[in-house]
Design a protein around this ligand. Sequence first.
Ligand code: MTE
Length: 301
Amino acid sequence: MHTIRTPDLPSREITDEALYWNRREWLKAAGFVAAALPLAPSTLAATRGDDDELTPWETVTGYNNFYEFGTGKEDPKRNAQGFVTNPWSVEVSGEVKNPRTWDLDDLIRGLAVEERVYRMRCVEAWSMVIPWNGFRLRDLIDRLEPTSKARFVEFTTLHDVRRMPGQRSSILDWPYTEALRMDEAMHPLTLMVTGVYGKTLPPQNGAPLRLIVPWKYGFKGGKSIVRIRFTQRQPLTTWNVMAPHEYGFYANVNPNVDHPRWSQKKERRLGEFFRRDTLMFNGYADEVASLYTGMDLRRNY
Ligand code: MTE
């Protein structure tokens, strides 16, 4: 039984999209930016988001990058059907007070679930606006008590060829990993996601647990995470290993620095015709630019 990680809707209560939109409009009028879910008051913390129109559910859950389930955008939805995410274990290791393997429900029990509407942009220059639900990574990190030596945190996706057919191909060096510097991980915008549109996260979006770092390209959003490791040294990350000249560790959106094969100045919001200007730090510069003060963002791409 899913107990707490479905945030927090038994199937009979799942909001259909029309209702969802009504509630969203109402909440907007009432001064909230994003819609609050019908959560118990104790689990509902702040809501935050942006005013851009949401990308429809069908696009959010039907146009995905998740190479473990195929490289086509429509492959994950098809191939991840039936992917079993309960029970789910997460190993916590490295520079941490108590290294251990957790049952996911125990790991996240009691953390405050929030809904956040985030713009997400992919390196291929398409973007979406997605109402995620989850909890702050920093709240989880506080619970895990990393040691003073921890400078980075690494996230590893499940590696199981039987359950993830895309891993039969050697297109990536499995398992998929991502990592953040500790201050990026502790930033209040950084979210561990367990749901979208008020529903449990579908497998193609990285169920049961994925990372969202809204000022980074989508590829910082490691999916179906089974290990969280705190390290002293900067970890290797999948895209950086695969194509080091194209993808750096930081993967910040920088419209002023071209990707070796294309410009990064513009992006296409899925569903729109005209391309938009890509904003520095994906539009979150006010909140996060100070993390990178003094760094050469041309070299640290
Ligand atoms: N995580 C894993 N394990 N495997 C992947 O292929 N693709 C990344 C990221 N996380 C990927 C992954 C990329 S390139 C993007 S753009 C986002 O997931 C897409 O997230 P979405 O499908 O939920 O929109």
